[in-house]
Design a protein around this ligand. Structure first.
Ligand SMILES: [Zn+2]
Length: 54
């Protein structure tokens, strides 16, 4: 399952969540520290995404 990185907009904590695509699309991500739903997904792609290498 994909691992998503988030930063909380309330308390500023960074955390990662392993979500199914359905969970991700439903947007049910809350900050584990303050339970806020005001979380921002970090741009993924450094290590998790395989890009095409021609
Ligand atoms: Zn928080």
């Amino acid at each position: 399952m994909p691992n998503y990185e988030y930063t909380c907009g309330e308390c500023g904590k960074s955390f990662s969540q392993i979500l199914t695509l359905k969970e991700h699309e439903s947007g049910e991500v809350v900050c584990p520290a303050c339970k806020s739903k005001n979380v921002e997904q970090k741009p993924a792609g450094f290590y998790a995404v395989t890009s095409k290498k021609s």
